[in-house]
Ligand binder design. Sequence first.
Ligand code: HEM
Length: 691
Amino acid sequence: MNSSHRETELSCVVMRCYIANMRYFTVFIITTLFCVTQGVYDPYRHQPTHRRRAYWNPGRYDWRSLANKHGRGRQHTVVPFYRAATTNQFPSATTTSAPTPACWIKPAPRCDPNSPYRTIDGSCNNLNNPTWGQSVRPIGRRLPPKYNPGSLTDIRTIGVTGRPLPSAREVSTSVLALATKRDLSTTLTGMHMTWGQFIAHDLTHVPLTPPMKCCNQPTGTRHEDCIPISVPPTDHFYGPRGTTCLELRRSMAIKPGQCGNTFREQLNNLTSYIDAGLVYGSTDERAKQLRSFSRGQMADSDARHHLPIEKPGTKCNIPPINHPDKRCFAAGDRRANEWGGLTAVHVIFLREHNRIAEVFYRDLKSSNPQTSERDLDEKIYQEVRRIIAAQIQVINYGEYLPNVLGDYQMRKYGLYLEHGSPRGEKNIYDANLDATASNAFGTAAFRFGHSEVAFGTQPKNSHYHNTSSFVPFLELLNQPTTYRQIQNDNAIRGMIVEPCLKTSKFSAEVKNHLFERTFNGSGLDLPAISTQRSREHGLPTYNSWRKFCGLNAVTFDYMPEHTDKQRQKFAQTYDHPDDIDLFPAAITERLVSPDAHVGPTFACLVGQEFQRLKKGDRFWFENQGTYPNHFTTNQIIQLSKIKLSKLVCDNTYTAMVPENVFKLKSKFVRCEDLPSLDLKNWLKAYPSYGH
Ligand code: HEM
């Protein structure tokens, strides 16, 4: 705000106070209108955040609809969303000269504290702060951003010495090694990797700005949202193939000042909570598209109960498998097609929903014949939805996270389930804990899983024999056709017996060939993208996060979590230790403990995040008394026993499974020997439903 603007505001305040005191109401209104036209009066600024209004077109959340909002939206009031990013707390810097577009993020909702169910968009989970964790809102920050020096918005390209930072690809090639078959894990399966991706897709999706060409644009014509990665001519892979630049564009964001925020803030399309949003959707519009509105069932696409198909016009089956049918599968999260193994896990939960819904329907229909089909459908859908969310929480905290963090960190952050482990403790809901997913988690820490992505997958039949030759990732990324060819159940069985990679190195599939199209050299580098993405999100560097986690800052002589060779590579690549990017440094740290799959910095960022997601979630499945009609103790005990292996059994044609599908050496068990959810515990709980 410039000084003449500030003076206008001051005179407005003085005028309005004076006139209000004189009780000249009409004149007061006129002066208020004058002030509004000057853009200095927010009539809602003395109201709590959740009472404020803003323009929002509910339901649509992809970049097209958001981009259309710019300049077209009705005028609205400012909705401050970012508690930390006020000018009082973070130092100011020069703003961009471009005019700031109108704020379009959705208004804070009115909450019904008596609702027994989560809202679809995650709002009202925290009754005092209803927007915490809500979808289509800015992603959270645990540290103030660090954009380019002097900017509130520009991608960081200059280091602390004033010299340019090394290109993200240069960082990738110099400090991140290529994995070989020797780097395959001896303990964890492909399902461990895929579950990480599945859970990531329940928590964050920062949409991108509209597609455009960014590489090789004449000087001065490049769009402001372009952030391509430059490739040095000496690059061992791209150099000989003539690739000098990797396409990349910025994330969708709220610009500085647009909604009362100081800095550029990226959006999260999803709810932050572990609420099965990737199955059901994170907006009401999407949720409706995915329901069948009959018997509480979700929509599916064929007799084998695959995911429903998106409308024509979606963009799957990219080359090299250039199938004429480009339509993707539809799920709560649009990345369900990212690769066939992930699609298969989506299918497990779709089938599980419909399996339980059918049991509920048969029972409730016979015991409540007078209840309308519509009421039954709604009740069953909601009840099963919360069971599925609980199952995902159980599998994540009971089976997956211990492999990521190790026992010590699990205990440190209180992540064990009360009935799921001897070390478990009672979950105590903390209404002061903001579970909004954080930028550092989504942009760097939880991307540790990218280094677990192996070279492809080996589909297996129900006797665990190979059904085809090995399928490389290149043929699986955004290719529903390949997924159909290898078949859902074969993909699942392949993942539960084949290894993923150990963390820290990266397969060539993600480091050189990601989404490769027609020619060699057109693929992308995922770890380089994560580094570039972190710089464009203004994520502070490695040392800031080390300090945030109570760990010592590093120098080029002292990097306690790295080998000497790695330390030397960082010293050769960067000008200053404070320039070292979070992702490449934290992913190459030695493991925090032998039973973990991440180093100390990521263990801290991942551990803290999952602690918030457990203790800061009012609808956490173990909570009793924080919302009406919570699970009974019996139901909680039943849910706590669920394993992903049982869901594989119940939703594929498989008779034997490894007991723990995340562990390579887990013993094989017969499906009927695994604990199952005794639905009588639920049916008993609603004997008089409908009366
Ligand atoms: C086949 C496997 C995978 C592929 C092809 C893949 C690909 C991608 C791509 C292309 C992005 C967007 C990068 C950007 O533009 O910034 C991304 C983001 C991300 N990935 Fe993966 N990924 C895979 C597996 C995983 C795994 C195993 C995890 C975690 C354990 C994971 C966690 C994430 C997270 C947290 C994000 C950020 C999401 C957001 O906030 O928008 N991914 N991944």
